[in-house]
Write a protein that binds this ligand. Structure first.
Ligand code: B12
Ligand code: SF4
Length: 445
């Protein structure tokens, strides 16, 4: 059979004013350019899990209508979905089906709303795809016409035995970064989290040798990639983390990942990360005071418990030469209009190299979505295109939606000007050089 794999590419926001700012503010443009072209690791893994004997091609559509024509010649097309682009993906799926192609949809959005997706796809897959996809391919080859399949009805995915992602299918596309996975899931349970924790499995670490195997598959087609780990929370286990970094070090690459604040508790791990080429860690700080963060992480109040240590943790990480991208959520129930100034102050005082601000977003399938819906605080339920992390689609508790939007705009203007970005960078390098000088002089260990 001819099988097409279709990812929706690019970043999304509905708010015109913010989009315009995004085009002009240097700090914003840079991150968008870095990430906008990441390939879909999920689909490359499915390609690796496809039974032999089929012709597999990978495609990306920046938006609805821009999918390649060759998809219409396929027998089966797999589409991966995030919430913000799912309506576009549905329209593409409808057209492909009208052209006689069988369509399978999976990914975070349809895992949360499978019945909705079933109106647009022959096959809908809930959860991790590695063990379901080969069955879909077999069934289509045998002439079956569709079904709603759940990963929990198949053998659980063993992260020690994932297929090799088919990076070779990316051909010559100009990517700035490439994703690979070292872990799946996260031990925490944040109310708003719409990441892979939604795929319903506990935190799992891959054997380091398997990560390196995938890296070599990538390097066979892109010898000097900048790596972005597509993990939710890489360094939960410090000794495994050190093992990973030691294996990465001889590769001589640069990399980025997302991890929680506890990474700063382990000096040996930080040293190993720095030596192995870690350039930046993205850490969800979310807010700057414990009252606001109370209950946001629902398992053990982790985010609130660690709030007092935020500034020092940023310092401990950054003094190794690893930059921190601190992420803040605006519009949490405990916040009022003071939150914008609080974040700006924290960014100034902490010396954070990079900052990301988003508005609280009720993604389908999250406890947050269900709670806000029950409280009739979602402005337009199922307006999935607003699930961008930048569009306000709920009634905050202690401010109006307009105040939240305006505060986001104001903070965006303040944080991402050339001067603000320059000052953060200059501060980071000044402190780093100062510390290195002290280490050389024996003033600090
Ligand atoms: C890399 C990434 C991107 C890349 C994606 C490249 C691509 N086309 O796939 C880029 C930079 C383009 C991107 C964009 C956006 N992203 Co993003 N991104 C991520 C990130 C960091 C990793 C995703 C990943 O690779 N996971 C690993 C793979 C292996 O998992 P997976 O994709 O889920 O695939 C598995 C299953 O879902 C399933 N599966 C997936 N598809 C299919 C299809 C079939 C047929 C089958 C059988 C199975 C299947 O099988 C796979 C293997 O098990 C996550 C955060 C995180 N840490 O997870 C956010 C995340 C996915 N992004 C998010 C968001 C909000 C966005 C944006 C809306 C941001 C914006 N404002 O523009 C846009 C979406 C626009 C768009 N184009 O879709 C949210 C999505 C939540 C949601 N429910 O939608 C996440 C979870 C971040 C967050 N903090 O909430 N993102
Ligand atoms: S720490 Fe991050 S990845 Fe983990 S549950 Fe919270 S938001 Fe999700």
């Amino acid at each position: 059979m001819k099988i097409g794999l279709l990812a929706m590419s690019g970043v999304r926001a509905c708010d015109e004013e913010l989009l315009e700012m995004g085009l002009t503010l240097p700090g914003f443009v840079e991150r968008s350019e870095q990430i906008a072209s990441l390939p879909s690791l999920g689909l490359l893994l499915l390609a690796g899990a496809t039974p032999d004997g089929h012709e597999v091609r990978y495609a990306e559509a920046p938006r609805d209508g821009e999918e390649p024509d060759w998809l219409r010649d396929c027998d089966l097309v797999a589409i991966s979905t995030f919430t913000a682009q799912v309506r576009e993906a549905y329209r593409i799926a409808d057209r492909l089906r009208a052209a006689g192609v069988q369509v399978a949809m999976g990914g975070l959005h349809v895992s949360a709303r499978p019945e909705e997706a079933y109106d647009h796809a022959d096959w809908v897959i809930v959860g991790e795809g590695e063990n379901v996809w080969p069955d879909v391919v077999r069934r289509v080859a045998e002439g079956e016409r569709g079904g709603l399949l759940r990963a929990c009805d198949y053998e659980p995915v063993d992260v020690a035995n994932l297929p090799v992602p088919r990076y070779d299918l990316l051909e010559g596309r100009p990517y700035n970064r490439f994703t690979l996975q070292t872990t799946r899931g996260c031990p925490w349970r944040c109310d708003f989290c719409a990441s892979t924790v939604m795929l319903g499995r506990p935190y799992r670490k891959r054997p380091v040798s398997q990560v390196i195997r995938d890296l070599h598959a990538l390097r066979a087609v892109r010898p000097e990639p900048f790596l972005e780990f597509a993990d939710d929370n890489t360094f939960v286990d410090a000794s495994w983390g050190i093992e990973l970094c030691e294996a990465l070090q001889p590769e001589g690459l640069r990399w980025f990942t997302e991890t929680d604040i506890t990474v700063a508790d382990h000096p040996e791990l930080l040293d190993a990360m720095a030596k192995s080429g870690c350039r930046q860690v993205l850490v969800g700080l979310e807010a700057t005071n414990a009252k606001v963060l109370a209950g946001v992480e629902t398992r053990s109040n982790f985010k609130a418990r660690r709030v007092a240590d935020q500034m020092d943790a940023v310092r401990r990480i950054q003094e190794r030469g690893i930059t921190v991208n601190g992420c803040f959520v605006l519009g949490l129930d405990g916040q009022d209009t003071e939150c914008f100034d609080e974040v700006a102050r924290f960014v100034r005082e902490s010396g954070l190299y990079e900052v990301q601000i988003t508005v609280q977003t009720p993604f389908p399938g999250t406890p947050l979505y269900d709670r806000l819906l029950a409280e009739e605080r979602i402005i337009a339920p199922e307006r999935w295109e607003a699930c961008t992390l930048f569009d306000v689609n709920f009634e905050p508790l202690n401010m109006s939606p307009i105040e939240l939007r305006d505060g986001l705009h104001r903070l965006t203007r303040e944080l991402y000007t050339t001067a603000a970005v320059g000052a953060r960078r200059e501060g980071f390098f000044r402190r780093l050089h100062e510390r290195r000088r002290k280490v050389r002089c024996g003033q600090v260990a």
